[in-house]
Design a protein around this ligand. Structure first.
Ligand SMILES: NC(=O)c1ccc[n+]([C@@H]2O[C@H](COP(=O)([O-])OP(=O)(O)OC[C@H]3O[C@@H](n4cnc5c(N)ncnc54)[C@H](O)[C@@H]3O)[C@@H](O)[C@H]2O)c1
Length: 318
């Protein structure tokens, strides 16, 4: 049967995959949503539950399937694999999830020849690279959710601190989605005004207190997943909304700038590794990444993030 377009295949119907399916259904972006999980009962149950809400949402065909369900998909979103247990880092998952990807990616690409592949499973930067290499797809067609979520967490913290709408905070987290990520303070602004100037207006002595205080709060961004996992076992809502945002940028050909994980070449000496940097996202996937002018300190931290990820890539077998 001909797919209804746009069609999104979601691999993994766990916390992240099913919450994304729910958010995607509410968004009305996709006409067809397929849930694929090795636990067939789980994907079948999630689809039944979602379908029972369809009379309150926009029309969509939602069903469980095997990998043949990827046929004709515009996007394949991969959330399948092991997740962090309390105290585990994302990198701790690397070999387990690489083994899953070695088996899964050929099964996806056998059917989804024209799809954009969005990787979510952690460690997301490494698995984006693994997906790129195993699939043999051109680099613009494979991206990771990267630091889109971390950037949203960061903007939220700044907005709370400054009492400004989150949407008017223009600041990015770049690098690894994980412990070596960094904020790009040098390019950050509130409504077009640099943080330093904005803080000068808030703080009558003219000191930029925000940067100093938020460097501390940044730890909150980095540790957010650890904290939520400790409190409720897994993260799902904010990542699901971040995935809807990326999906929207792709399916609607928006040319949106998002901090997705993408293959970096020839940027501050970094080559052949996937990590996040603001990038133009549209129907082709990642059109290109923005070669931001970073300060010396930011460069060093970005290079450190890349070197750490490359070190992990060198150690895994795929
Ligand atoms: N990139 C991000 O920002 C971000 C945010 C949150 C979670 N994650 C990651 O997403 C992944 C999923 O997290 P979760 O909380 O949904 O986990 P989960 O355990 O709830 O769900 C994982 C699902 O994957 C399925 N699965 C495992 N191996 C499979 C295979 N070979 N084929 C098909 N399905 C398979 C399982 O049956 C399960 O339903 C984890 O790696 C987690 O760390 C990433």
């Amino acid at each position: 049967m001909k797919p209804l377009r746009p069609k999104v295949a979601i691999i993994g119907a766990g916390n992240v995959g099913s919450t994304f399916a729910f958010s995607l259904m509410i968004s009305g972006l996709a006409r067809e949503i397929v849930l694929i999980d090795r636990n067939e009962k789980k994907s079948a149950g999630e689809c039944m539950d979602l379908n029972h809400g369809l009379s309150f949402a926009q029309p969509a065909k939602i069903y469980p399937a095997g990998y043949e369900g990827c046929e004709g998909a515009d996007m394949v979103v991969i959330t399948a694999g092991a997740r962090q247990k309390p105290g585990q880092t994302r990198i701790d998952l690397v070999q387990t999830n690489t083994e899953i990807f070695k088996e899964m990616i050929p099964r996806i690409t056998q059917y989804a020849r024209d799809a954009i592949i969005l990787v979510v499973t952690n460690p997301v930067d490494i698995l984006t690279y693994v997906t790129l290499k195993i699939s043999g797809y051109p680099s613009h067609k494979v991206l990771g959710s990267g630091t889109v979520l971390d950037t949203s967490r960061f903007r939220y913290l700044i907005s709370e601190h400054c009492n400004v709408d989150t949407r008017n905070i223009h600041a990015y987290i770049i690098g690894e989605h994980g412990d070596t990520e960094l904020p790009v303070w040098s390019n950050a602004n509130i409504g077009g005004m640099s943080f330093a100037r904005y803080c000068g207006l808030c703080d009558k002595q003219g000191h930029c207190v925000l940067k100093k205080q938020l460097e501390g709060l940044l730890e909150g961004v980095k540790n957010a997943a650890y904290k939520i996992i400790e409190l409720k076992g897994a993260t799902c809502y904010a990542i699901a909304l971040a995935l809807v945002r990326i999906t929207e940028a792709i399916l609607r050909d928006e040319n949106s700038i998002l901090a997705v994980s993408t293959l970096i070449t020839d940027y501050y000496g970094i080559n052949d590794v996937c990590l996040s940097i603001p990038s133009r996202v549209n129907r082709n996937g990642v059109e290109h990444f923005l070669r931001l002018d970073l300060t010396d300190e930011e460069q060093k931290r970005f290079q450190h993030s890349a070197t750490m990820l490359k070190g992990v890539i060198d150690q895994i077998r795929f």
